[in-house]
Design a protein around this ligand. Structure first.
Ligand code: PMP
Length: 404
């Protein structure tokens, strides 16, 4: 039995009011709220364990190191990676993608080489490649999508050539909610001898992701979108690939020996973790993953799927409703516009009713252009949202519609 009311009790912020109205938080795609155990983990570690990791012989340093490395194992298990050597802690999805864009382009790409992305990428899977394009003369090729918001697989297959060096696509769109067929995308790329990076920012919090099943060479996600703290995320990379790539940043932790003449680099995953890592954050992230695992990611997935279908059905009852993203496989991200009401007006008025949604281009301007719009209103669901909250959203939207 999925007890959403019991889950909500673990998230103190969900009990607060805004403008004298109960908060209805539907901006989980941007960031999720934190359960008590995650916040307590941060407080407890600072109060009772805090010491820099990896370098100290003293008790606290060793205890902090043990916690940090145990967290890496928790992440490994959560995404079913083969080895902890494949788990690199970063600041988040954005840094994970930048790490690969920079080191992959530096070591594996030459002028005229190409990266395939999709039309529904977040800016964080476009701009890092453009920075490399400016430096190295590489090009972006873009997989088109259908009006329903699905990747056109036949068009994707046509984009491969001898210039293709990497495919980098999003798992779940932060605008359309589309769940892309990443396993098939990987199989096609591999059949062409091309490795794949998956942006899992919006998938990991909502569905079981299994690195060995998906088979991608790289995979990125953020802690704060899966009920963990801000400032920490993960880059998964197959060992054979991470071994091949050069370091991203230089400094402490990532070296074995340094002299002014020559430096040798540390083993995986430390080669990619220059400087003091966010060891407080890694422990709190592990707590968040444990919390999710206790409820069961499959249970969360099934619950959110039911809620998404309910929300789609109810939203379509509103006259002049346009929903962007009607893929057959869709997660709990719903972007919409009603009549000619500007997304900002809708968002601002919903906010006054205590309903937190996001408005704008959602860091996906090329996707907005694809649909010929400037922006949308986006409701994105989390494990603690309820049908009653969806009903309030629908009532709120209808109220705003009638005002216009
Ligand atoms: N990719 C997608 C699909 C996202 O939704 C986001 C966050 N909105 C990011 C990447 C970037 O994540 P972060 O800001 O945590 O690095």
């Amino acid at each position: 039995m999925y007890d959403v009311l019991k889950i909500r009790e673990d998230f103190p912020i969900l009990g607060r009011e805004v403008y004298g109205k109960p908060l209805i938080y539907l901006d989980n795609g941007a960031t999720t709220q934190k359960p008590k155990c995650v916040v307590e983990s941060i407080v407890n570690e600072y109060y009772s364990v805090n010491a820099n990791v990896h370098r100290g012989v003293h008790f606290l340093s060793q205890q902090a190191t043990e916690l940090h490395e145990a967290s890496r194992e928790t992440v490994r298990k959560f995404i079913n990676a083969k080895s902890i050597n494949e788990i690199v802690f970063t600041r988040g999805t954005t840094e994970s993608i930048n790490l690969i864009a920079s080191t992959f382009a530096d070591s594996q790409m030459n002028e005229g080489d190409e990266v395939i992305v999709s039309a529904m990428e977040h800016h964080s899977n476009i701009v890092p490649w453009q920075l490399q394009a400016a430096k190295k003369g590489i090009k972006l090729r873009v997989i088109p999508i259908s009006d329903k918001g699905e990747i056109l697989m036949d068009e994707y297959k046509k984009l491969f050539s001898e210039h293709t060096k990497l495919v980098s696509v999003v798992h779940v769109s932060n605008v359309l909610g589309t769940i892309n067929p990443v396993k098939e995308i990987v199989e096609i790329a591999h059949a062409n001898g091309v490795p794949v990076l998956i942006d899992g920012a919006q998938s990991v919090p909502h569905m079981k992701v299994d690195m060995q099943e998906i088979g991608a060479d790289f995979f990125a996600f953020s802690g704060h979108k899966i009920y963990g703290p801000t400032g920490i995320g993960v880059l998964y990379g197959k060992e054979e690939w991470l071994d091949k790539l050069p370091p991203y940043q230089g400094g402490g932790e990532m070296i074995q020996n340094v002299s002014f003449e020559k430096t040798t680099f540390n083993v995986l995953p430390y080669k990619f973790e220059a400087g003091t890592p966010d060891y407080i954050g890694s422990t709190a992230l592990a707590k968040a993953l444990d919390y999710v695992s206790e409820i069961g990611i499959e249970n969360i997935s099934a619950y959110e799927d039911g809620l998404t279908k309910y929300a789609m059905k109810r939203l379509y009852e509103i006259p002049d409703m346009r929903i962007f993203g009607e893929a057959a496989h869709k997660g709990g991200v719903i972007s919409f516009l009603v009549g000619n009401i500007h997304h900002l007006d809708m968002g601002t008025l919903l906010d006054r009713l205590g309903i937190a949604v996001r408005t704008g281009h959602h860091c996906a301007e090329p996707l907005m252009r694809r649909f010929g719009i400037e922006g949308t209103v986006r409701a994105s669901l989390g494990m603690y949202n309820t049908k009653e909250e969806i009903d309030s959203l629908v009532e709120g939207i209808d109220r705003v519609r009638k005002m216009f």
